[in-house]
Write a protein that binds this ligand. Sequence first.
Ligand code: ZN
Length: 321
Amino acid sequence: MVEPLFLKPVFHEKIWGGRHLATDFGYQIPAGTIGECWAISGHPHGSNIITNGQYEGQLLPKVYQQHPELFGNPHSSVFPLLTKILEANASLSIQVHPDDAYAEEHEHELGKTECWYVIHAEPGAYLTYGHTAKTRAELIKMIDNHQWSKLFSKKPVKTGDFVYVPSGTIHALNKGIIVLETQQSSDTTYRIYDYDRRDKKAGQLRQLHLQQAKDVTTVPFTEPQINPRIVHHGSSIITTLISQPDSPFFTVYKWEIRNQTSLAHEHGPYTLVSIIDGNGILTVDDQQYSLHKGDHFIIPATVKSWTMDGELLAIASEPTD
Ligand code: ZN
């Protein structure tokens, strides 16, 4: 099979979400405050259906298991990455995710290293990112004493920024930020602080996971070094935002397409692509597919090269396997 796999997004309501996934991306979303679009996912909490070609109507995780050749005969038994668009219309809970070893032992799933390409940030927007504790004893003491403003660090953020969030990093998106998130396929979040908010349906405080957070937070926090590499193809610009060894689980690219550009898999067997702005054409094996903002697809391992043309901004990723 030499065709891309286009996917139908799955949406999740969140108390911190909004309506920009409808107004900015044109998605048909359910009523309420929608915070997450799961765009490329094989995770059981929201798997995507393939919308074109030979596998139309089938779930991505089923195709992943039944047709390993499309994914380069991978070692991972589960589709390893998860691409989301997140809209923060209020602060998310301040949280931390476990690494693979802790998640395997306690949650029976992958750990969660993630990264964000900032699609939009309002002036003055900031992330919660990192903490000030110098030792684990100090971290535990500050959590036990609820010294939140002393413990959590802030980082200003603007449209176009890229932020890497390895497992063990305390973090949160705050109001006025939309990101494309590339992460390991995991849904394990340990909440440290949730502003004492109550969920809408039951009026309950959302559960915190303080012991797990004390266990998995990396101490002390050091901001990861990001070393983007830029290659020009005519007027198109291909930026490798992060790859090995800086990021053990995925390579992430920004593709700014402005003329016909030939592309191929670079650091992984197959490529996940999200169009975050513009319109254009994807050509695979003489077959053309029109591309629009909000489209998400996978170029399988059986497609060795392809071209893209038009005026497009895309975030692409490849798993390390
Ligand atoms: Zn997170």
